[in-house]
Design a protein around this ligand. Structure first.
Ligand code: 4AD
Ligand code: MG
Length: 475
């Protein structure tokens, strides 16, 4: 196996022969190759003795060519690197026509890079983003595994609408050019693959609940799909969600778990890839400089993350949050575009006010009006609210949504009826309430929103390798 450039650059050893493989970032003066192999944003400098190198080979060392270089690692004479490789031989593994290569060695906009998402992995920004994404993913498993949660694979194809919001993609093998119809003129799914209508799942929660009421503590971590036509910097049609579900937990313990998890995974990613955090911190600072002063954020990326680790999340009820908004200078000066009153589904401007202006830290809002929340949330004694919680993060808004679940069969059935959720079809969900029900709670963390938060990137399309959004399914 080749040596990772990341290991070599630690400079713990010098004066040894090795081979490295990677992609050329730049080739200066026919002498210095900056080679990157994806293990880090730092390039290894390869020193070429052009007098003793085949001229034709030198010409093939172009930006983005894939090469293998063998030589001796030495302490570097030059500035900017601890060690370098003095090349004895170079092989071209894959040529790259520098004239045609879409990623010229200059600054490209993120919008442009999105159009060449198949190549954007080769930039420093996306190298850092995807290494951090990986660390966050591993950190999540590490967190739950250390607590003896069972990782549960919830189905991706499902016949139920877990959120009851009807934003689902259909899964079918029916001939779309010639759909079978029943006597009422509706599509007849009996001859479809599953013998019924099926969808891509919007959430693994309901299945996770079934498992939690036997295994105790479970979590899912998988892709989920929403056919909501939201063209925003926070929404994807395909995103990854982490959904823990814990028997006997109530709302407070649910919130404690969520806060502990967020802090754990953020710390883990920061410790695992300090260089990438530094790089993105500088990138964001540079980007902020382009903005008018009053729009710049108060915190740098690292400051924000450290602050998050060091502070207790604020906890308020929805009713208190609305009161804060009504008392706010922003409301009094009519700065909000959307109305504020008890019962509204808070808009992102309201959430951002609470988090960024009022509390200046992550906020856990609990006990929302039942009419704006899903059927499975546990009803509070006031008859108006449910034991829901959303966690709002600076710059992101809602990063987690969760609740204590309605474990009482009669309450649940009544609520399902009111909300037109098909009770018969969901017999399996209700069975857990029939046979040994218990209090339980869980939440869903939108993985890409977490990656957005940790990388300081501004658009969710830039933290998933190949984003799926309305009118966009490239690659
Ligand atoms: O609030 P949501 O819809 O909650 C659920 O799906 C519950 N079943 C979770 C549970 O209690 N087990 O979604 C949970 C999180 C949101 O807080 C948000 O971070 C993320 O998923 N999310 C999205 N992320 C990207 N694109 C979208 N379209 C998203 N919709 C939700
Ligand atoms: Mg939500």
């Amino acid at each position: 196996m080749k040596n990772d450039i990341k290991e070599i650059l630690k400079g713990e050893k010098v004066q040894y022969s090795t081979t490295v493989k990677g992609w050329v970032r730049t080739f200066r003066n026919n002498q210095f190759i900056a080679l990157n192999d994806g293990s880090t944003n730092q390039n290894l400098q390869i020193v070429v003795d052009f007098n003793n190198m085949d001229e034709f080979l030198l010409k093939r060392i172009t930006t983005s060519a894939c090469i293998s270089a063998t030589g001796v690692i030495q302490a570097s004479q030059g500035k900017g690197q601890t060690v370098e490789l003095i090349a004895e031989s170079i092989k071209i593994l894959g040529d790259s026509d520098a004239e045609k290569y879409p990623l010229q060695p200059k600054k490209h906009s993120l919008e442009f890079l999105r159009e060449i998402a198949h190549l954007r992995f080769r930039t420093n920004t996306f190298g850092s983003v995807f290494r951090l994404r990986n660390a966050l993913s591993y950190g999540i498993h590490k967190f739950f595994q250390e607590k003896d949660f069972i990782y549960m694979h919830s189905p991706i194809i499902s016949a139920s609408d877990a959120e009851g919001a009807g934003e689902m993609f259909k899964v079918t093998t029916l001939n779309m050019e010639n759909l079978p119809k029943d006597e009422n003129g509706s599509v007849d799914y009996t001859n479809d693959f599953f013998g019924r209508a099926a969808n891509l799942t919007v959430s693994g929660q309901l299945e996770a609940e079934l498992a939690a009421l036997a295994l105790g503590k479970v979590y899912t971590f998988g892709p989920t799909f929403r056919a909501e036509n939201s063209n925003t910097a926070r929404h994807l049609a395909e995103f990854w969600m982490i959904e823990p579900e814990v028997a006997f937990n109530e709302l407070k313990e649910n919130a404690d778990l969520a806060e502990e998890m967020l802090k754990y995974v953020i710390r883990y990613a920061m410790e695992k890839h300090p260089d990438d955090i530094d790089f993105l911190d500088a990138r964001l600072a540079e980007e902020e400089k382009q903005k008018p002063t009053n729009e710049r954020s108060e915190f740098g990326l690292k400051e924000k993350l450290n602050f998050m680790l060091d502070s207790d999340f604020e906890r308020v009820t929805y009713t208190e949050a609305i009161e804060i908004l009504l008392q706010s200078p922003a409301y009094k000066k009519k700065k909000f575009q959307y109305e504020v009153s008890w019962g509204i589904d808070m808009q992102s401007e309201h959430e951002r006010y609470l988090v960024e202006k009022h509390f200046k830290k992550p906020v856990i809002v609990t006990d929302y009006p039942k009419d704006i929340k899903a059927f499975y949330m546990r009803q509070n004694d006031d008859g108006k609210t449910v034991a829901a919680m959303d966690i709002l993060a600076p710059g992101i808004g809602e990063i987690i949504g969760g609740s204590q679940r309605e474990e009482r069969l009669d309450y649940l059935e009544k609520r399902m009826q009111e909300m037109h959720i098909p009770i018969e079809e969901m017999y399996w969900y209700l069975d857990t309430r029939r046979y040994g029900t218990c209090k339980h709670a869980g939440f869903g963390l939108g993985f890409e929103r977490l990656v957005l938060f940790v990388t300081g990137m501004g658009n969710i399309r830039d933290v998933i390798p190949f984003p799926r959004t309305p009118k966009n399914c490239e690659f």
